[in-house]
Design a protein around this ligand. Structure first.
Ligand code: GLU
Length: 488
């Protein structure tokens, strides 16, 4: 454990579309740290870039986290299927906090830490062009920094639109990153960042600092793409006279070829994997252990274990390669340990509703399925017998007459055995009987398999009898025997 202090952490996505797997990993780490220390995990929506926000973006984030069973303690949450807010530090959606940012921007202006910039788009384009030609880093030339009070007044009176820029001081900022250690940034390389846009909306930099401070965030966990923004934030903390939180920048997720994980290589939305029938537990385990392994000796960890064992210092500094075959494997591991009843409940989402006497189908199929969707398909296939070609019933080394005789014998045995309580006992006992009767295993088990499933690939005939029950088993044998009449 990093500290005994109760941590307040946040996940602060922008509602720009699907919740990316990388976003979920960031959210999970923030969640684990809060839970481990008995603190709070917040969901804040960063929607100050209205052009990038999409309809349903907020609902998507909230509901996907809920489906993953990662419930925020505070902020934007889902209650009875509706998106709402809980907590005393709200509103938690930045577009509803514009007056808060305006007030802090005024404070920076008053203290000389920020200045109004009235430069037109044309002028800005011109500067950029010249800098490009001179092979210089594009940067604002501080034209408006030195404007006199009278000049500013005149522009304000004339209603010239303006942005508010941070006056970056000389010096250096050191980020003490929990994952990466100390990183020093020289302010000389920094632009006078826009803090407030002409429309009165804050930029990300302004809003994130004000909110993380006011919401009393103790550790900021976010993707490494934000690392270069952090020095600007440190400057703002200093100018406001606030103590900065701890920072941890989580490395990127990569494709197998080490390019940045993107939509082009396949699905990257967490919701898409839930919809495909991956269990929330497996997905959480998989995503949390991308570039992080708590004990190094295994792969499967429950959520509680991840909470207890989470350690930001153990998160790898390098990008983590995402291998979706591992997710398949992990999902299978989780399915194996779940009861037929539990898996049946989860399969409702895939249109399969079973009665308790049908849970055995799930038990016998779960080892062969990768996802809940597969499992539902496999179980559905066993619930009703498909039309199959009767010649399939005949084992390759045998004939129709023999197949019929074997099925009759099997029916006799199953009837005499009665209800099966323990599958292993039934299997043992029937195998014993096959041996004492001097029957050939393939000769009897093959027609049994086809008669009960209609398929060449299925669970074992013993499992099929166990799941179907005596009555349905005898009925399917009967159908098979009849279909063999007249076949040679
Ligand atoms: N709004 C940023 C995003 O969409 C969050 C950055 C942060 O956590 O500070 O990823």
């Amino acid at each position: 454990m990093d500290t005994c202090m109760k941590e307040r952490t946040r996940f602060a996505p922008s509602p720009t579309g699907l919740l990316h797997i990388g976003g979920v990993r960031t959210a999970l780490y923030a969640y684990f740290l809060a839970k481990q220390t008995g603190g709070d995990f917040l969901l804040r929506i960063e929607d100050t870039d209205q052009a990038r926000s999409v309809d349903q973006g907020v609902e998507n984030i909230v509901h996907t986290l809920q489906r993953l069973n990662i419930q925020p303690d505070e902020g934007v949450v889902s209650k009875n299927g509706h998106v709402t807010e809980v907590g005393e530090y709200g509103p938690y959606q930045q577009s509803k906090r514009l007056t808060v940012y305006a007030q802090y921007a005024q404070q920076l202006l008053a203290n000389g830490h920020a200045y109004r910039c009235f430069c037109s788009r044309e002028r800005m384009d011109q500067i950029r062009k010249e800098q490009q030609q001179n092979k210089e880093q594009p940067k604002y030339d501080r034209h408006c920094l030195h404007a006199s009070d009278a000049e500013i007044e005149a522009q304000l009176t004339a209603n010239v639109p303006y942005v508010i820029r941070l006056h970056v001081p000389e010096g250096k900022s050191i980020i003490h990153d929990v994952i990466r250690g100390d990183i020093t940034f020289d302010h000389r390389e920094m632009d006078d960042q826009v803090l407030m846009k002409t429309d009165g909306f804050p930029t990300y930099h302004m809003a994130v600092v004000v909110d993380d401070h006011l919401m009393e965030i103790t550790t900021v966990i976010r993707g490494e793409e934000w690392l270069s923004s952090t020095p600007k934030h440190l400057i703002l903390y200093k100018m406001f006279g606030w103590q900065a939180p701890r920072f941890a920048h989580v490395p990127l997720l990569l494709n197998a070829d080490r390019s940045k994980l993107s939509k082009r290589q396949g699905d990257v939305g967490a919701e898409q994997y839930l919809d495909k029938g991956y269990l929330a537990e497996a997905l959480v385990n998989f995503i949390a252990t991308l570039g992080f392994n708590p004990t190094g000796d295994r792969e499967v960890y429950s959520k509680q274990e991840l909470i207890d064992l989470f350690d930001l210092k153990k998160v790898n500094k390098g990008g983590a390669v995402v291998n979706f075959e591992k997710l398949d494997w992990m999902n299978k591991q989780y399915m194996q340990t779940m009861s037929g009843e539990e898996l049946s409940r989860r399969m409702h989402a895939f249109g399969l509703v079973l009665t308790p006497d049908q849970y055995r189908f799930v038990d016998i199929e779960k080892a062969r399925a990768t996802t809940l969707k597969d499992l539902a398909d496999h179980v559905r296939a066993l619930l009703s017998l498909p039309d199959y070609d009767p010649t399939l019933l005949v084992w390759k080394k045998s004939d129709a007459h023999d197949a019929r005789e074997m099925l009759k014998a099997a029916a006799g045995y199953v009837k005499a055995y009665g209800d099966i309580n323990i599958l292993a006992e039934f299997e043992l006992s029937m195998k014993e009987w096959i041996k004492t009767e001097g029957l050939q295993t393939g000769n009897i088990l093959w027609p049994m398999r086809i008669a009960l499933s209609g398929r060449e690939v299925s669970p074992s005939p013993f499992e099929l009898v166990y799941a179907l029950g005596t009555e349905e088993t005898l009925h399917r044998f009967e159908v098979a025997i009849r279909s063999l009449e007249g076949t040679r």
